[in-house]
Write a protein that binds this ligand. Structure first.
Ligand code: 13P
Ligand code: SF4
Length: 348
C-alpha cells in the first residue's frame, strides 16, 4: 500500500484530536509499517481482526475483518488462519480463544482493559447466584471468560433485546452494565414482555459521558441531524435518539438513511468510519475516545506478529473455556434467525 493510498482512506477523518487525524506526511511514515505487517501476516498465516474503535490506520491499513463484537466473534469462527491478531481489548480476544482453542490468539493492546469487563468478577456472579437462585444469568460480551463461565447466555449490543425476550426464563439477572440494564427494562416494557430484569452496577466510562442535554443542543443546532446511540448510553440519551443499536447496526442505519447529518453517540472510531466511508454524509457534535481500544498501535501489532509477549497471548484453562463456550453457544443458538433488529427507528 502506498502512502497516497493510505492517505486517501484517512484524509477525511477529523475526530479524536491528533489520535485520528492524518496528513500525507504522517501516512508516509505509517506506510512502511503497514506493509511490513501485511507481509508478515501472509508469512505467518495470520489474520487481523479489528474493532471499529481502534485507530483508523489499523482499520484501513492492516485489518482483514472490521466490525463490532458480534460480527468479529463470527469472523473468528470462520477464519482458516492459524494466528488471530485481535486488535481490540482482552475480553474480545478471550471470546476468539473460547471459540478457537487450537489457534493462537494475540491481543496487541498495551492496556487491554474495559471498565465494564473489569467491574465484575466470577466470585461476584457466584454470590449473586446464591442471592437470586431463581434468576437466569445473562452476561454482556464485555465480561471476562471467568464471568462468562458462570452465566447461562452471553449477549452483545447487537442482540441483547432479542435474546432476553426469547430466553425461557422470566426472571433475568443482566450484567455488568447498569445503563444497558435500564435500557433493557424499558425495552421489555415497550415490547410488553413479562421479563423482570435485575442488573449489576457497571458502566462504560466512554458512553456514560453522553447526556440528554447534548442531544437537545444538537437537535436545536442541527434540526435535520439523526441522533444515533449505543445501548451503553443512559436511558435519557437512548429515549431521545432516532436509532439505538450496536456499533455495526449504527453504521448500517446511517448507510441506509437518506439523512445527511449524524451525531454518533459512541467511541470516536465509529465517527471516523463515517467520515472515511461516507464522504457525502456529515458528522455533527463530538465523540469520546476509549483509552483501552486506542492503546493498540501499528507498532504493537507488528510486535505481536514478530514476537508476542506472554501478556499479549490469550490463554484460558480448558474447564473455564468449556463453561464459557456454553454461554456463547447459547447466544448463537438464540441469534439464529435474529436479524439484529433495530430497537428504535425514526420515520424518514
Ligand atoms: P459493540 O458490541 O457494538 O462492538 O460494542 C462493544 C463495546 O465495547 C462498546 O463500548
Ligand atoms: Fe469497554 Fe467502554 Fe472501551 Fe467499550 S468503549 S471497550 S465498553 S471501556
Amino acid at each position: 500500500m502506498t502512502a497516497q493510498e493510505l492517505y486517501d482512506k484517512l484524509k477525511n477523518i477529523r475526530v479524536g484530536g491528533n489520535v485520528c487525524q492524518y496528513s500525507l506526511k504522517k501516512c508516509t511514515e505509517l506506510a512502511p509499517l503497514v506493509n511490513e505487517i501485511n507481509r508478515l501476516k501472509a508469512e505467518r498465516n495470520a489474520v487481523v481482526l479489528a474493532h471499529s474503535y481502534v485507530a483508523p490506520e489499523i482499520v484501513y491499513g492492516v485489518a482483514d475483518f472490521v466490525g463490532d463484537s458480534y460480527k468479529l466473534s463470527r469472523d473468528a469462527i470462520n477464519t482458516d488462519a492459524q494466528v488471530i491478531i485481535f486488535v481490540a481489548v482482552r475480553f474480545m480476544g478471550e471470546t476468539a480463544k473460547i471459540l478457537n482453542p487450537a489457534k493462537i490468539v494475540i491481543v496487541p493492546a498495551r492496556d487491554p482493559g474495559c471498565t465494564l469487563a473489569d467491574s465484575i468478577t466470577a466470585a461476584d456472579v457466584r454470590k449473586l447466584r446464591t442471592e437470586y437462585p431463581d434468576h437466569a444469568f445473562v452476561c454482556y460480551v464485555n465480561t471476562s471468560v471467568e464471568v462468562k463461565a458462570e452465566c447461562d447466555v452471553c449477549v452483545t449490543s447487537a442482540n441483547v433485546y432479542e435474546i432476553v425476550e426469547k430466553f425461557p426464563a422470566d426472571k433475568i439477572y443482566f450484567l455488568p452494565d447498569k445503563f444497558m440494564g435500564i435500557n433493557l427494562v424499558n425495552e421489555m416494557q415497550r415490547r410488553k414482555s413479562p421479563k423482570q430484569v435485575r442488573f449489576w452496577s457497571g458502566s462504560c466510562y466512554v458512553h456514560e459521558e453522553y447526556t440528554a442535554e447534548q442531544v437537545f443542543k444538537i437537535r436545536t443546532e442541527y434540526p435535520d441531524a439523526r441522533i444515533v446511540s449505543h445501548p451503553e448510553c443512559n436511558a435519557q440519551v437512548v429515549a431521545n435518539s432516532d436509532f439505538v443499536g450496536g456499533t455495526e447496526q449504527m453504521l448500517d442505519y446511517m448507510r441506509k438513511s437518506t439523512a445527511r447529518q449524524f451525531l454518533m453517540l459512541t467511541e470516536c472510531g465509529l465517527s471516523a468510519r463515517l467520515q472515511s466511508e461516507f464522504p457525502d454524509k456529515d458528522l455533527v457534535g463530538s465523540c469520546t475516545l476509549c483509552k483501552y481500544m486506542k492503546s493498540n498501535s501499528l507498532e504493537d501489532v507488528l510486535l505481536a506478529l514478530k514476537s508476542p509477549t506472554a501478556g499479549q497471548i490469550v490463554t484460558i484453562a480448558e474447564p473455564i473455556r468449556l463453561k464459557a463456550l456454553k454461554s456463547l453457544e447459547a447466544m448463537f443458538q438464540y441469534t439464529q434467525g435474529v436479524k439484529s433488529a433495530p430497537v428504535k427507528v425514526s420515520c424518514e
